[in-house]
Design a protein around this ligand. Structure first.
Ligand code: SF4
Length: 233
């Protein structure tokens, strides 16, 4: 988009502070089922699933964890088998050597410092080997105690298209979003953008014509004046 057109588009849709709640409300109406796609039954399984999900799809992780979680139920279980056995059990998620190292390091620290439990605070989670900010954010958020906003590739792309941030770095994007998105939505907001990004605002060919946000989005390809009507706020 040319620079002058970007400015014009931003003026057309108005300030982001006025758009953010309607954006969230419309996405909530559009994707009421938006939630995490990973399958888990407790905090340990949640942490392991999120760690395994790096560089692969949630569907792939679920396929692997279905068997994995029957075999490995406690932090001790991950340390009780030979390294190669755990590597084989998670091989299908890719980067399996790196992930095995991170899992074993994390399990050892859980046992040594956290009584075998998954800690609840971001700063504690971030101390676990192989647990980066995104992983920690997903874990606290899924427990209903979001202390930040998860930024993945969809959240990054949609936040930029919607004019909610001009940053490229996920940490800076998160900072912008935390200032903008009301805290009550921090948990659901990433899921909404991820679902919208997978179904409507596709990376290469966004489907602006059918998008409920097209009159709130400076990147919309729909011509002004031809915006289809929509329900909701
Ligand atoms: S209007 Fe187009 S670019 Fe904007 S959020 Fe919708 S699909 Fe994405």
């Amino acid at each position: 988009m040319a620079r002058s057109y970007v400015g014009e588009a931003r003026r057309r849709v108005g300030p982001k502070r006025e758009r953010i709640v309607p954006i969230v409300e419309r996405l909530l109406a559009e994707h009421p089922e938006a939630t995490i796609a990973l399958r888990f039954r407790n905090d340990l399984e949640l942490l392991v699933s999120v760690m395994l999900s790096a560089q692969t799809t949630d569907v792939n992780v679920n396929r692997v964890t279905e068997r994995l979680f029957e075999k490995y139920r406690t932090p001790q279980d991950y340390l009780a088998v030979p390294v190669e056995e755990l590597e084989n059990d998670i091989r299908a998620t890719g980067f399996f050597r790196q992930k095995t190292r991170a899992l074993r390091g994390t399990m050892a620290m859980l046992l040594k410092e956290f009584n075998g439990k998954v800690p609840g605070r971001m700063d504690e989670l971030l101390r676990l080997p192989g647990v980066a900010r995104k992983t920690a954010n997903v874990v606290v958020s899924e427990r209903g105690e979001a202390q930040g906003i998860v930024v993945d590739t969809h959240v990054r792309r949609l936040s930029q298209r919607l004019g909610l941030t001009r940053r490229d770095d996920p940490v800076k994007i998160e900072r912008d979003l935390m200032k903008l998105v009301p805290r009550r939505y921090w948990n659901v907001f990433p899921h909404l953008l991820i679902w919208h990004g997978r179904r409507v605002c596709l990376a290469r060919t966004p489907r602006c014509e059918g998008c409920v946000l097209n009159d709130l989005c400076p990147a919309s390809r729909v011509e002004v004046g031809t915006v289809p009507s929509h329900s909701g706020p």
